[in-house]
Design a protein around this ligand. Structure first.
Ligand code: SF4
Ligand code: SF4
Length: 384
């Protein structure tokens, strides 16, 4: 009840209402659990507006486990009516997503999509999805093949890691997956790629508990068959659900592992100023933001300038950018003003969803290329 979490909450910042704050959501969750309130559409909307950024959890002196409370409350209420269900189902299936992406690539199709999107209301998930997708038609390449450690025979079993590629990240950020494998290998790890793409986060956050559990089971099975002792991901947004899927085993951010062996990695100089966006889940869940800054500081000449008002959610927040595009765009505009003020040549962020959302809000005057920090680190890695 102390209220220390309120100033940290992006939705409280937007609405200045108790019902849009962590403390208000906890009161609503408690009332739902005790069955003392009717779960009206308005109550559900306040819970659905939560970005799951976990900024509240990080500052809470009473160690309230807000993330678990939110997921359990949404599961109690069932699948969210606000969810862009068809779109969620597409993006978490890489084979379908890749096919749609390829089909939308020709210029006439893109022009048609842009024209149709402009006719839709600004609150439309389809308009948001088309705008985000239209901005990204770079060639992404394939996921990495299983790799032994570099310049060494197979190491002890604790050095075998399974890389979780993610759903959208495996398509839109395949370069980051390859970079993660290259860097891990250079740090002495044997790397295999997990044949499971969905961690279940989208379902868990939308109240679809059964689908989330099915995804967790698929991750457990794939990990058991991988022969690895540790699960790693380059997408910190997946980490919370991966840790729930494997409570007995270790799941961590690639960046944390690399920083622990930073002395094994040498980088070529790069005289460039980049803007460093730290996704909420990197700082509040993976807690690898310091590790990332340590790694980037090892590139001689690199000026990695953090956004001044972090941590504040950019609004992407999983499917929030599709479910509530107008709210997401307000938060995005605040973040983009900070990026522009830094006058960077490129934008770094570990979350491809954040990067896609931010890129879709850039104008031709303010646009800068974006990439995963691991991609930059792998590009600058000295040859062994
Ligand atoms: S998770 Fe983020 S958006 Fe949700 S209540 Fe906590 S601080 Fe606010
Ligand atoms: S969730 Fe934690 S920080 Fe927020 S009001 Fe409750 S005790 Fe305070």
């Amino acid at each position: 009840m102390c209220g220390l979490c309120l100033p940290q909450c992006p939705t409280y910042l937007l609405d200045a209402q108790e019902a849009e704050s962590p403390r208000g959501r906890i009161a609503m969750a408690a009332a739902v659990a005790k069955d003392t309130v009717t779960a009206t559409p308005a109550l559900r909307l306040h819970l659905d507006h939560c970005l799951g950024c976990m900024s509240c959890e990080k500052v809470c002196p009473a160690k309230v486990r807000f993330g678990e409370l939110l997921v359990e409350t949404r599961a109690l209420l069932g699948p969210s009516p606000a969810r862009a269900r068809v779109l969620s189902d597409v993006v978490r299936r890489p084979s379908i997503y890749r096919w749609i992406r390829a089909a939308a690539r020709p210029a006439p199709i893109r022009r048609l999509m842009a024209r149709v999107a402009r006719q839709l209301p600004r609150s439309s998930a389809w308009r948001a999805a088309a705008t985000i997708l239209l901005g990204r038609f770079t060639k992404n390449g394939a996921l990495p093949a299983p790799l032994p450690p570099q310049g060494a025979s197979m190491g002890p079993s604790q050095d075998r890691v399974a890389l979780f590629p993610g759903c959208v990240a495996s398509v839109e950020d395949a370069a980051a997956q390859r970079a993660a494998a290259t860097l891990l290998r250079a740090a002495g790890y044997e790397v295999t790629v997990l044949p499971a793409f969905c961690c279940g986060a989208m379902d868990a956050h939308a109240g679809a508990a059964a689908s989330a559990q099915a995804s967790a089971e698929a991750v457990r099975e794939a990990f058991a068959g991988s022969g690895a002792s540790q699960l790693v991901t380059a997408t910190p947004g997946c980490l919370s659900t991966l840790r729930h899927a494997l409570p007995e085993r270790s799941a961590d951010d690639v960046i944390t592992l690399l920083a622990a062996r930073a002395d094994r990695l040498a980088f070529r100089a790069l005289h460039e100023r980049v803007a460093l966006h730290i996704p909420c889940t990197q700082t509040n869940v993976a807690r690898s933001d310091t590790a990332l800054r340590t790694l980037l500081s090892r590139i001689p000449g690199l000026d990695a300038a953090s956004l001044p008002a972090q941590p504040t959610c950019c609004g992407a927040a999983g499917t929030h950018m599709l479910d509530f595009p107008e709210r997401a765009q307000t938060l995005r505009d605040m973040t983009l003003r900070q990026v522009t003020a830094l006058a960077p040549s490129r934008l770094l962020s570990s979350n491809v969803g954040c990067r896609m959302h931010l890129a879709a809000g850039m104008t031709p005057e303010t646009a800068v290329p974006d990439l995963h920090p691991l991609t930059l680190l792998a590009d600058q890695l000295e040859s062994p």
